[in-house]
Design a protein around this ligand. Structure first.
Ligand SMILES: Cc1cc2nc3c(=O)[nH]c(=O)nc-3n(C[C@H](O)[C@H](O)[C@H](O)COP(=O)(O)OP(=O)(O)OC[C@H]3O[C@@H](n4cnc5c(N)ncnc54)[C@H](O)[C@@H]3O)c2cc1C
Length: 466
């Protein structure tokens, strides 16, 4: 796709989502740090750099902040998180700690799970047996993390989970990671930290992140097309609104975007880094939102429901989100990717059939409006969550290696234990900013000069001729 048509597409798709109140400014100044991407990692990095009084430019391709953690309040008139929704480990989550006390309502997520067996609610004994199977699966993955050699996480699972095997495989794979467990490293999965409870934000996790972005200046609708750096000379960042000259750059785009040719690197990214990005590819995870007024499924606020699946063609339901009429059917993995490729109508058809099978045919008539996310097709994400391929659990460390003390990487994929989460992305952005600050000699003292503009274009890193 040509750059022009890509940008035209971005401008059109971005208009669908409400733009948050952020400071917007014009391009082309010299700065200490150029930060590419205003998702959780980029916002965290910008806040850290700003706190150290270093100059920065946070550059975002789309017309909104948040990346894979953004809220849409227009489609249904209530907050609908397009990506991340579960606030993991709220007691230690840095976004919760930084969140403004006014205007955001953060509350604990229910710990209980619902389970459907065909069209009926599971009996207590069935639910107990399902929960026991989850505990056995979790232990098996932890044990696989202590083995001598890595293996696909699916091989690590017990094979005698009986009628719950497909549901457990869905829960630990497509639902949690967007990938089937056969394509996920058991070592990497075992390293993912235990989740100590979850919370929700009534204004959406995306609403919370957008509030945190309000403290920094973001340049929106400005895709970066080229990063050119020379050790000892700084970095040129080519954007739609002109070139920017920075001492250092922090790149936070997803691994799939990094591995695509959307951003040209001069010199090209080392093969080692590109291979690492390829081994940390994003899985497919999407929300199919159904507006069902009057609680026709008879569920509680924020109830999560699984089914006794018979194969990979399954889903989970998050009901009455935040006490609203919004229900979300979650699809992921290879099945979810195929479904998403068929388009929104096919996704809504599947969700309608799934809800009808689990709750009765009348549920279908209760659906008013619907909408499905398609992260795989979003050119600024190209997928949902990064997980390491079997044998590639060291790829996160490799991808995190800075280039020539100039180009630093951040994002969910770089966090060794909290990958695939907003809090992991945030931590990674903060760490990259700290590394940059060390490189720059620490926080700026009052009165210290801004880097001087280069005298002539010939002295800055240039695009290769080939
Ligand atoms: C459907 C779904 C459900 C999820 N559920 C949860 C959950 O419940 N809880 C949880 O903690 N996590 C969840 N996640 C994962 C979480 O959303 C991500 O881990 C996190 O948001 C990633 O943040 P990031 O900053 O690393 O990357 P991103 O959010 O992808 O940010 C990168 C930014 O770079 C921008 N960009 C891309 N290309 C360019 C360019 N050329 N120039 C300039 N900017 C560019 C993008 O537009 C984007 O804003 C979910 C993700 C998805 C998709």
């Amino acid at each position: 796709m040509s750059r022009l048509s890509r940008r035209t597409f971005l401008a059109a798709s971005a208009a669908l989502v409400a733009a948050p109140a952020v400071h917007v400014e014009a391009a082309t100044v010299d700065v200490d740090v150029a930060i590419i991407g205003a998702g959780a990692a980029g916002i965290a990095a910008a806040r850290r750099i700003a706190a150290a009084k270093r100059s920065y430019r946070l550059i975002e391709a789309s017309a909104r902040v948040g990346g894979r953690c953004a809220v849409d309040t227009k489609t249904f008139g209530v907050p609908f998180d397009l990506g991340a929704h579960w606030i993991h480990n709220p007691d230690s989550n840095p976004l919760v700690a930084a969140a403004p006390k006014n205007g955001l309502d953060i509350y604990a997520a229910p710990r209980a799970q619902g389970l459907r067996v065909g069209p009926r609610r599971a009996r207590d004994s069935e639910l107990e047996s399902f929960l026991a199977a989850q505990v056995r699966a979790q232990r098996a993955i932890v044990d696989a993390g202590k083995a001598k050699a890595d293996m696909p996480a699916q091989r690590a699972l017990p094979k005698d989970l009986g009628p719950w095997q497909p549901a457990i495989e869905f829960m630990f794979g497509p639902y949690a990671l967007g990938k089937d467990l056969s394509g996920v490293s058991a070592f990497d999965l075992a390293r993912a930290v235990d989740r100590d409870g979850d919370a929700f934000c009534r204004q959406g996790y995306g609403g919370l992140l957008a509030r945190l972005a309000g403290d920094v200046t973001v340049q929106l609708s400005n895709p970066v097309s080229m990063v050119s750096w020379v050790a000892g000379q700084g970095v040129t960042v080519e954007t739609a609104k002109g070139d920017l000259y920075a001492r250092t750059v922090i790149l936070t785009v997803s691994t799939n975007v990094l591995a695509s040719d959307a951003i040209e690197f001069i010199p090209p990214l080392p093969k080692r880094q590109l291979d690492a990005a390829g081994k940390l590819s994003l899985g497919s995870l999407n929300h199919i939102a159904l507006e069902m007024p009057g609680n026709p499924l008879g569920l509680q606020r924020d109830d999560i429901v699984f089914e006794q699946a018979s194969g990979a063609r399954t889903a989970a339901l998050l009901a009455n989100i935040g006490g609203t009429d919004l229900h979300v059917v979650e699809v992921g993995g290879a099945f979810g990717r195929e479904l998403a490729a068929k388009g929104e109508a096919a996704m809504v058809d599947f969700a309608t059939e799934w809800v009808s099978n689990a709750f009765g045919a009348e549920a279908k008539r209760a659906i008013k409006r619907s909408h499905a996310t398609r992260w795989d097709a979003d050119p600024l994400a190209l997928g949902a969550i990064s997980s390491a391929a079997p044998g590639a659990s060291d790829a996160r460390k490799i991808l995190a290696e800075p280039l020539g003390g100039r180009v630093f990487f951040a994002g969910e994929a770089l966090h060794e234990t909290q990958w695939g989460t907003v809090n992991g992305a945030w931590d990674s952005g903060t760490r990259a900013a700290d590394a940059v600050l060390r490189r720059l000699g620490g926080a700026k003292e009052d009165g210290e000069q801004k880097p001087a503009r280069r005298k002539s274009k010939s002295s800055r890193p240039r695009r290769n001729s080939q």
